[in-house]
Design a protein around this ligand. Sequence first.
Ligand code: ADP
Ligand code: MG
Length: 558
Amino acid sequence: MTQETGGFAALDLHPNIVAAVIATGYEEPSAIQQQSIPIILAGHDMIGQAQTGTGKTAAFALPILNRIDPAKREPQALILAPTRELALQVATAFETYAKQMPGVTVVAVYGGAPMGPQLKAIRNGAQIVVATPGRLCDHLRRDEKVLATVNHLVLDEADEMLKLGFMDDLEVIFKAMPESRQTVLFSATLPQSIRAIAERHLKDPKHVKIQSKTQTVTAIEQAHLLVHADQKTSAVLSLLEVEDFDALIMFVRTKQATLDLASALEAKGYKAAALNGDIAQNQRERVIDSLKDGRLDIVVATDVAARGLDVPRITHVFNVDMPYDPESYVHRIGRTGRAGREGRALLLVTPRERRMLQVIERVTGQKVAEVRLPDSQAVLDARIKKLTNSLAPLVADAEASHGDLLDRLTADIGCTPRALAAALLRKATNGQALTLAAIEKERPLVPNSAPRGDRADRPSGDRPDRGDRERRAPMPLAEGRARCRTALGARDGIAAKNLLGAILNEGGLAREAIGRIQVRDSFSLVELPEDGLERLLAKLKDTRVAGKQLKLRRYRED
Ligand code: ADP
Ligand code: MG
């Protein structure tokens, strides 16, 4: 590419724009700038996809500045941003890049500030309007002509705008602009909702996609663990026992979850802290610095708060809550495996989230292997290994410094060295369980009882307030058995013996051929032989139980 040597000067931008950019200290256009600027300059509609921090602002701001007419004192370009902060950032960037373009003015339009001055600035002829969708709609309600002269529209961080619920506002804004306008959309991710907008409102858009380095996940070993939502904290604690980590980041969905999980970890003696959007910026930086230098080992974060976090010490990423889309999964696990090191990523999956797991596997092109919770033996082994590792280096010179003391103490106490060493170990390990029996007693989870069912498969008529046991997914199936389901349940007056009787009589099976029968409120599950299942189900087609059709079907869990 010729631009590689020519830098910004080779991009066909106005010399005054290039000069301003170079004055800000930029040397080379970034990849998204390199590819987007010529397209936008040529007047095409465009969809640009690139992660945060790739330089998207200049990618649209420079060519847009190039395309407006400074002599015309009317709004010509509209940039929509999801939040007030981002709108201000973009407006400031425009001002910087327009420093050597006399007559160009920029107005930022956002909520929480009086509307009057904003409208005045627009009427006074600001060519660039940077706005949040909500406030802009307020202006449109007062004056539907505000956008009548705007020929360039940029949707910045389109995915974030939709997440914030601006869909309807966007539609209002599209309508208030000339059809002939140029429309450019930038987004870190392209979920279906964004593609739909692009389809309706962009004309033959060119696509630019910057594959960020986090998209390659080969250096990261990935695994998932099936777990019920209410078991996540204990699952995390069990995993931490056996995972050999240096620093670790855990992702959850809510601010509250960052606080809850971080304090559960602290209570177990881990050096952990929460990182969320409510925490002031300088405090967040302190948390990240602590993670870098080892004062912290675990950070529990929301996606937003962890944006841009780059700590080479991170060996593990725990996705405690499922990410919202595969892209953010890739983004999250890219926090580990930095600088060519190996990383490990674990994903906790509740039964109803297993479809998302499949989507992630498809998008990353990789299988995310299933792991089980460590059993008590594994926990014991890991604890003993840690103890061994911490004591081994001390053995070499301890006898020289403390050997005589040991002799004296055993003599004074009147015990064997073995008894004394055992007492010291008990003290040093602070009451930690170090036998199988003790570990089994302290562990709240039955290992390897990963849930198998899918709550999403619950018929919608189910009452949501059933007991916990009722909500639990069924147990793993025995070899050679298939699970079948009928919509008849306890509320239809069905008991297990009715089902058993009907299937034995009409199906002609031996009692041993039928596995477990679970009767729930609004449905029942029966384990039947896989072999010859179709024939059996056909035989049972017209079977009635308690006056109702049995309609037994194979039960697919996903
Ligand atoms: P994005 O919108 O993709 O998250 P920004 O446009 O906010 O990224 O840019 C991220 C940072 O990179 C900003 O501080 C910006 O000034 C800087 N930047 C953008 N382009 C360049 C460049 N070509 N050279 C150096 N720094 C740049
Ligand atoms: Mg941006």
